[in-house]
Write a protein that binds this ligand. Structure first.
Ligand SMILES: [Zn+2]
Ligand SMILES: [Zn+2]
Length: 373
């Protein structure tokens, strides 16, 4: 493979001016508008890339030091190498570089994204959600042909169907021909003399669309459901894009979700915690009994296995975890105070000062509590 210097036919110590004039001479000979052969086109690309690197002081220095073809100090063709080529091509010869032939009126439709908000119960059980949305659908009057019934597109009289026109421009290379999108047909190569009135010749219309969306059990906020081919219809009868539905789950007044577990807080009086009791909790599977064993402490948890959220693609459900909050009685009347004092005496708990806990125990409890949040 030749070096960039050899490609341009200049010496390694050529000045910027020498490089520029060498490129100008070669470009005049090889530019696709002057020389339509495939060979010339390939050669023109090489010459232009060589010029792009050698005309930029930084890139030239990198090229001299590393031999990297793109002059950006990294080996290989990855990254922006050809971006630079495009830039310089357009700088000299105008846009539309490389695009050949007319554009199709039939284009694929865009993807669409909508968000639906559901309750936690729907995420646990799954649901059918009535989707209501605006979308582009293929025009039923012309079936996407864009033409009024019985008519069809005609070849553009300006570009004769090419979709592009050539225009002479002056550049430092002298007079060049540049290729531009035909303004008369906007690049389609055809015009529609009698467009469909329903869609104004676009082949699609915006419409209100209703559909039933199956939301599987186990979804969470941020879950995206993809509906292939249910996005916007493309212009000119083009295929539909995809529809993405993003799920947002409302906060629940009792349960807080952590992955597939559901956490709830329940408070109970100190006496109930000491004696043990059964609490009632309304869940998505009906009322359940939460068994509190005697001697339960504040912050203890009771697990109801398998009553949480199912895994999204089938599989077992998470748990419900109940966090107990033990409430100490306040506003004791004389009789209650008397009973508690008797209890304290019986238990040998007549303390005047709190007992100092070992640091390990206290910090472990604190840590557990934080962890449970
Ligand atoms: Zn139409
Ligand atoms: Zn045209």
């Amino acid at each position: 493979m030749s070096t960039h210097y050899e490609t341009l036919g200049v010496a390694k110590d050529a000045t910027g001016q020498e490089i520029k004039s060498a490129y100008r001479k070669l470009a005049r000979k090889l530019h696709p508008d002057v020389n339509p052969s495939q060979d010339a086109a390939e050669q023109f690309k090489l010459v232009t890339r060589a010029y792009e690197v050698l005309s930029d002081e930084q890139k030239r220095a990198n090229y001299d030091a590393t031999g990297d073809e793109n002059g950006n100090g990294q080996q290989g063709f990855g990254g922006g190498g050809f971006g630079g080529f495009g830039d310089i091509f357009e700088q000299f010869f105008g846009g539309a570089g490389g695009q050949q032939g007319p554009m199709s009126r039939t284009q694929p439709g865009r993807d669409a994204l909508i968000t639906v908000t559901i309750d936690l119960e729907d995420a646990v059980k799954g649901t059918v959600y009535p989707l209501e949305m605006e979308s582009a659908v293929t025009c039923k009057v012309c079936n996407g042909s864009c033409c009024r019934e019985g008519t069809s597109p005609v070849t553009c009289s300006i570009c004769h169907g090419a979709g592009q026109v050539q225009r002479p421009v002056r550049s430092f290379l002298g007079q060049m021909m540049t290729v531009e999108t035909c303004a008369a047909c906007r690049g389609y190569g055809t015009t529609i003399p009698d467009p469909c009135v329903e869609c104004n010749g676009e082949g699609r219309v915006r419409e209100h669309v209703s559909k039933q969306l199956n939301i599987p059990a186990g979804v969470a906020s941020g879950t995206r459901i993809q509906l292939r081919g249910q996005g916007e219809a493309g212009p000119g009868g083009g295929p539909n894009g995809n529809l993405f539905v993003e799920i947002d789950v409302r906060r629940h007044k009792i349960f807080e979700r952590d992955h597939n577990d559901l956490h709830a807080k329940m408070s109970l009086p100190m006496t109930a915690a000491a004696l043990g009791c059964e609490l009632k909790l309304e869940t998505f599977d009906g009322e359940q009994t939460v068994n509190v064993e005697s001697g339960a402490q504040d912050g203890d948890t009771v697990t109801l296995p398998g009553l949480g959220v199912p895994r999204l693609r089938g599989g077992k459900r998470g748990d419900i975890v109940v966090h107990l909050q033990v409430v100490t009685p306040t506003k004791l009347d004389a009789a209650q105070r008397d009973l508690l004092e008797q209890l304290a005496k019986l238990r040998g708990e007549e303390m005047t000062a709190g007992q100092v806990e070992q640091s390990g125990g206290m910090f472990a409890r604190l840590r557990d509590k934080l962890h449970q949040r």
